[in-house]
Design a protein around this ligand. Structure first.
Ligand SMILES: C[S@@+](CC[C@H](N)C(=O)[O-])C[C@H]1O[C@@H](n2cnc3c(N)ncnc32)[C@H](O)[C@@H]1O
Length: 281
């Protein structure tokens, strides 16, 4: 941060203020904010100060400490929610080409999967489309997808399943026509996911740092572009817990920049950022 930047700010934001933000975020969500994220933290929180008509960060932190509901807003403001339909398409191809045929061949007619850190919902909806559109006949399967996030605001949007038209620009017209309804009567410019897809997915609030209520076994887990915000120790703990939830031979998908080699003793790498749970007995 340059001196000039500091003077351009509407409110004073000292390194002490930044430390408070960092500590709260790390203690609750496991998210590590590097030094250079100071501007980002300021820009995301300053909106709350304006909305609450507060005169500075000291007042904001007093408000935060006195109002538990503000903590939700604080977390929502600081999470990064970048996502897209069929992001890293090779993961969806792998499900279609390997996982679904494998399940079908085993005689299993049930599929359980988890999108951990689902953000605005594009990821679980892309999974649902992949499963229903598969060349494997999944029509009669018992399919349940769990989609969770720590950010209550994105979860609300994910559950509503309404997106601006531009969000599906990279998808084929046929796919969009099949799985989305066009907005009418004031909702022009937006599309809505069809109920058939929504009914496969349960959206729930879940902080990965806390206890997980689900039992498993799961066929696969998507935890993509989430662990990138955590430190090595947190990542190692999460990987172990995810291995515990997967069925033997179940799969874990991570983001393009997440190399888990160092902690992945329960997993073998079977594709680009695709891991398979190995039998450790
Ligand atoms: C960059 S988005 C990734 C979305 C999607 N998985 C993808 O790859 O397109 C990261 C998501 O992880 C969520 N997240 C961050 N920390 C979390 C935590 N401790 N527990 C649960 N979700 C968390 C954020 O709220 C955000 O929506």
């Amino acid at each position: 941060m340059s001196i000039a930047d500091e003077h351009e700010r509407e409110f004073v934001f000292t390194t002490k203020h930044f430390s408070k933000v960092r500590d709260e975020l790390y203690d609750y969500a496991g998210i590590v904010l590097a030094d250079h994220k100071i501007d980002m933290a300021y820009n995301r929180l300053v909106r709350r100060l304006r909305e609450l008509r507060l005169d500075g960060f000291d007042s904001y932190f007093q408000y935060l400490d006195a109002n538990p509901s503000e903590f939700t807003q604080f977390i929502n403001a600081l999470t990064t929610n970048l996502t897209a339909f069929f992001r890293e398409k090779h993961h969806f191809d792998f499900i279609n080409e390997h996982i679904l045929p494998e399940i079908a061949a085993s005689g299993q007619r049930k599929l359980r999967a988890w999108s951990a850190g689902c953000s605005l919902g594009e990821e679980p909806y892309s999974l649902a489309m992949t499963i229903l559109d598969s060349s494997v006949n999944t029509a009669s399967w018992d399919i349940r997808l769990l989609a969770t996030d720590i950010d209550s605001k994105v979860l609300g949007s994910a559950q509503a399943g309404i997106y601006a038209n531009e969000r599906v620009n990279s998808m084929s017209k046929a796919l969009v026509q099949k799985w989305f309804l066009k907005g009418r009567n004031g909702n022009e410019g937006h599309i809505k996911i069809r109920n058939e897809l929504q009914s496969l997915i349960t959206f729930n609030y879940l902080n990965l740092m806390e206890e997980w209520p689900m039992k498993g076994p799961l066929d696969f887990i998507f935890c993509r572009n989430v662990m990138i915000y955590f430190d090595q120790e947190t990542q190692a703990g999460l990987l172990q817990r995810m291995a515990g939830l997967l069925k033997p031979g179940g799969y874990l998908f991570v983001g393009h920049s997440e190399a888990l080699a160092r902690h992945a003793s329960s997993f073998e790498l079977v594709g680009k950022t695709i891991y398979r749970k190995v039998d450790t007995h």
